[in-house]
Design a protein around this ligand. Structure first.
Ligand code: ADP
Ligand code: TRP
Length: 328
């Protein structure tokens, strides 16, 4: 059976990009019964930017609620907190010695910071972030990593690390595969050339917790193309992508696409239809979240049991690694 390992940082509200690029897929993969699934709350990674010691506990709990609300089922998947398993950081130190600085400098995240002149102020945690991510995956011998497209490079570096370790110390780790969804890069509603992201302001994303009114408002003001040309612009393309992903049946998507091709589409109709479909998808998720929120003891139990189970495997892998690298 294959092993899935994925996670998200508890760094704010989740949006429909996180849902379509990762979470929805996690639940589907879990339900396929073909994988052993580990879903982590990456609180150590959340320390690399805008860290708030007073908020992290609450954010961790909120992310666990989101996982449960979106269908991650603790009877079939293990949900746990990264920082509670010390073996991740131990393994990341061993891995750090296999990674040339030049390779980390090739990461998009690093390049973005250097391009915007922020390199000098960038902390070392953000720089070595991919190494900790590799440890997160490999300590569970994860061979399948379902994440959005922006994480592709991090999975590639994880493969490099696994290969180097295996060559140096004997076969220990699988070389994990990236698993993308049909919507691996949902675009921003306000700047459709960029990906939807929680760091770019509330209007650019639809949060999983947004009310029907807010969803309608955000969509009605979503950027569409100013001058209708021959090819579909990024804003409209994104709305159609979202409609295809959220619509219960494909006929709605096809009909509107036909009207677009016939040049008779009113963008308002596209936006209102999309709003209805998103609201209908999010309503049961929001309802389920409220139910779990009213039972905090269940969430605490899920995290406690999950972390215990994850720790046992992490400890076993680290013992094997220590033996191989001569630290026993
Ligand atoms: P953000 O960029 O909003 O801070 P994260 O980096 O916390 O989001 O991403 C959490 C997960 O959601 C990752 O698997 C990431 O690849 C995925 N993801 C984030 N934004 C998008 C998007 N716009 N489209 C598809 N997947 C996304
Ligand atoms: N870097 C991921 C993100 O920002 C979160 C993450 C940390 C992760 N460790 C991981 C994802 C291991 C997959 C596997 O979304």
């Amino acid at each position: 059976m294959k092993t899935i390992l994925s996670g998200m940082q508890p760094s704010g509200q989740l949006h429909i990009g996180n849902y379509l690029g990762a979470l929805k897929n996690w639940a589907a993969l879990q339900n396929s019964g073909k994988y052993m699934c580990w879903f982590m709350i990456a609180d150590l990674h959340a320390m690399t930017v805008n860290y708030d010691a007073r908020a992290i506990g609450e954010r961790t709990k909120n992310l666990a609620l989101d996982y449960l609300a979106c269908g991650i089922d603790p009877d079939h998947s293990t949900i746990f907190i990264q920082s509670h398993i010390l073996e991740h950081t131990y393994l990341s130190w061993i891995f750090a010695n296999l990674v040339p600085i030049a390779e980390l400098k090739r990461m998009h995240q690093f390049k973005e910071k250097t391009a915007s002149g922020e390199e000098a102020a960038m902390n070392t945690g953000l720089f070595t972030y991919p190494i900790l991510m590799a440890a997160d995956i490999l300590i569970y011998k994860g061979d399948t990593v379902p994440v959005g497209e922006d994480q592709k490079q991090h999975v590639e570096i994880t493969c490099d690390i696994a290969r180097k370790f295996n060559n140096a110390f004997g076969k220990t780790f699988p070389e994990p595969e990236l698993l993308l969804t049909p919507t691996p890069r949902v675009m921003s509603l306000t700047e459709p050339m960029n990906k939807m992201s929680k760091s770019k302001g509330e209007k650019n994303y639809i949060a999983l917790s947004d009310s029907p009114e807010t969803i309608k408002k955000k969509l009605l003001s979503a950027v569409t193309d100013t001058s209708p040309g021959e090819t579909m612009g990024a804003g409209v393309t994104n709305l159609f992508t979202l409609l295809k992903a959220f619509a219960k049946d494909d006929a709605t998507h096809r009909e509107l696409l036909n009207t677009y091709n016939a040049k008779t589409l009113q963008y308002q109709e596209l936006k209102e239809t999309l709003a209805r479909e998103i609201i209908a998808t999010l309503a049961p998720i929001q309802e389920k979240r409220r139910e779990f929120e009213s039972r905090p003891e269940i969430v605490a139990e899920v995290l406690f049991e999950g972390t215990k189970k994850a720790r046992a495997l992490a400890q076993a892998t680290l013992a094997e690694v220590k033996e191989k690298v001569g630290l026993k």
